[in-house]
Design a protein around this ligand. Sequence first.
Ligand code: ARG
Length: 562
Amino acid sequence: MDIKTYIGNLINIKDLDFDFTSLVSEVVDKQNGDYCLPCFSLAKTMKKSPVQIAEEIKANFPTDKLISKIEVVNGYVNFFLNKAEYSKIILNEINSEKIFEPNSEFINKVACVEYSSVNLAKYMHIGHLSTTIIGESLARINEALGFKVIRINYIGDYGTPFGKMVYAYLNWGSEEELEKNGIDCLQGLYVDFCKRAETDTELEEKAREYFKLIDEKDSKVYPVYQKFIEISKQEAKNLLDKLDVHFDSWKGESAYSDELSNVLKMLDDKKLLTSSEGAKIVDLEQYNLGKCLIQKSDGTSLYASRDIAAAIDRFNTYKFDKMLYVTAVQQKLHFQQFFKVLELLGFDFAKTLTHVYYGMFSLPNGKIASRKGKQAVLKDLMEYSYNKAYQMVENRNFDESKKQEIANKIANSALKFNAIKNERIKDTVFDIENAFSFEGDTSAYIQYTYTRISSIIKKANIKIDINKVDYNFLSSDVAFNLVLMANNYPELLLKAMQQNEPSILSKYLLELCKQINKFYTSEKVVTENEQSTHTKLYLLENLKKLLTKLFHLVIIETVEEM
Ligand code: ARG
């Protein structure tokens, strides 16, 4: 329930028409109450001291079964909730799943979320985890609120790197090696090309020539390129499957290169296009956004022109109400530029576009030496994590396939959780050595908490009888704090969506788990007292439901035992 609005609506002061809801907030130190209303901002309008106002609010507050006590302290009105009544409402809202219901404001609205968007024929590396996991989490968060979400992987399947690879393959590559080694072979060809180009100055020109042949769908060169795309797309799909990330559209950059002439025409019609050293640009200096490059001097399309075409195409296809682009902060200017160009072209949807940017996510120097580039390759990172996770369960009494299943879930969840644990704009160095511990701010700790709840419920082996539930057994500080925290879910979910910030939920989940641990270490759940047992088990069952939901939103996998 929205307790802040509930309290806000009950507050009334004679002759003052004011919405108090926004002033109601949760009290940190629960000794002083559960929710409070600071009266300082009202002093000016009401020409009274905050203490006088607080007293007046207290005096006028109606008797209500949810509020057990009101105190005035230093200009604050402090509200104490009736613990049993409140627990009953909140736990029943979780049990009936009412708390998880979508927000009527967003039902039938469409959100496009574009993320991952890897440049193909290269290894996916640790940096791709950020876009992939932040994007997937945002997709799930929006979905949970009622949006119909379209997941788009705008693959980088266009550009001179493909000219390089195709040239290298046709001149010194081997079909046999390509069949055998797939992406490794492609990456090898690319690196090889770059090495040779250091001494052979003609190679760069060759790459451009071959890329042009790809662009013109040349009968000899184009099929080779297509094969490369297939191989690397499959590679990306396999990795994404393991991370439980799946897309509705894989329409990539190459699909929009032919749109260049349309883009040019639209810009020309609006007199937005100017020439600069043979290239075509939109001058955005007056908006402090520099120059947006639309067409290269050789007549080919550019990153921005393809993005303009892609946005228009997506709007025509999906009629989205908003679109998110989850891409590194380094590309900020690019997004600002083409959003502006779309606005100048008169597309209303331009104001519904958001660049969701994030900082650098990396390993400490020298960790997991990468194969060719500077960053750790995702495949290697997953393997390393798996081995670490396997060590955690190696000596457990499970059969081999179970151990592997659990190790996989621990390993992948650790990678995913670390990519969204901190505010997305922060640069994060991934502390991989401590990510696999059942203690600390780790996903393993979260998963462990879930298994503990499961095991308490399982061991109790009792079918909960709601008639035996007496909410007075949840009046201890630890137990009631869990109820208070659980009810923060809808507000935090909304906030995570509004700020495009999954870490709001990952932090909440961690804190919730800490409090759950506190609860079952300080209170016996199963005791001689039947009513107490049923009540506490009911609390745990509902917390388990809430955890399951949060796991889904931050893409952690549940493990029943570990
Ligand atoms: N493929 C690009 C890269 O790896 C990211 C694409 C971002 N999305 C976009 N619509 N431009 O840098």
